[in-house]
Design a protein around this ligand. Structure first.
Ligand code: CTP
Ligand code: MG
Length: 231
């Protein structure tokens, strides 16, 4: 069994034409977060989903959306804080070896296969992330002025979500990060790597892209039309 954490508490500041939180932008009559929530709900191994939303949305959502598998909580100022609030909520009632699958609801086209593969890999190896082979060559810079490394493309990947961990591994990684004053990590896996934990790769999918700006949103709407995917 496993527990999902679905993050929808971000403001979407790079989505300039909308002034509502990104996860709540309506696409084909549904808020964006509902697409990945629906996919998570269809995975039998997921017993509960912690849906993390902004303060301004929590009351209305709790009144209008009810599902026994879904627990709605308020998020934090950063993605890292939103994840830690969900983990803190879970701490009193989950075992250390519970599998936690963390997903950005800004990736609405996550597939059931990716979620199943995360759970299977996490069962075997305790920590994993979803990624696809890098499409463009990745360039590394230390100072954002000069290039200091260009890794061979075949050994570089682009990270997606979900990423999945045994509860104790991800909880300890977050606690250590706070201890060392790391408070705004853009992803959980960096924190886990800082704890010398091995992370395994799960194959992602180009469709599992993140909606960041208007172009991404337009692409999502086009894909939905082509698939005529309705909830
Ligand atoms: N997220 C969250 N709580 C935050 C910030 C982000 O739950 N305080 C979630 C978002 O809802 C999103 C995921 O983390 O599903 C990935 O973040 P990102 O794409 O950066 O979304 P936003 O932070 O909302 O967008 P922006 O960075 O453009 O403001
Ligand atoms: Mg962000």
């Amino acid at each position: 069994m496993a527990i999902g954490i679905l993050l929808a508490a971000g403001s979407g500041s790079r989505m300039e034409s909308h002034n509502i939180p990104k996860g709540f932008i309506e696409v084909d009559g549904q808020p964006l977060f509902m697409y990945s929530l629906h996919t998570f709900l269809s995975v039998e191994e997921i017993q509960k989903i912690i849906l993390v939303v902004p303060n301004e949305k929590i009351e209305l959502l709790k009144k209008t959306y009810k599902n026994d598998k879904v627990i709605i909580i308020e998020g934090g100022k950063t993605r890292q804080e939103s994840v830690f609030l969900a983990l803190t909520y879970l701490k009193p009632w989950v075992d250390d070896d519970e599998i936690i699958v963390i997903h950005d609801s800004a990736r609405p086209l996550v597939s059931k296969k990716i979620i199943y593969d995360n759970i299977d890999t996490c069962k075997k190896h305790h920590a994993c992330l979803t990624a696809i082979k890098a499409i463009d060559t990745i360039v590394h810079t230390n100072d954002c002025v000069c290039v200091d490394d260009i890794p061979i493309r075949s050994v570089t990947y682009q990270e997606q979500t979900p990423s999945s961990f045994r509860f104790d591994i991800i909880y300890n990684a977050h606690q250590n990060a706070i201890k060392y004053n790391i408070l705004d990590a853009s992803d959980d896996c960096q924190l886990v790597l800082n704890n010398q934990q091995k992370l395994y790769l799960v194959s992602g999918d180009r469709d599992n892209f993140k909606i960041t700006n208007e172009i991404d949103l337009a692409l999502f709407i086009t894909i939905l039309k082509n698939r005529s995917l309705k909830l």
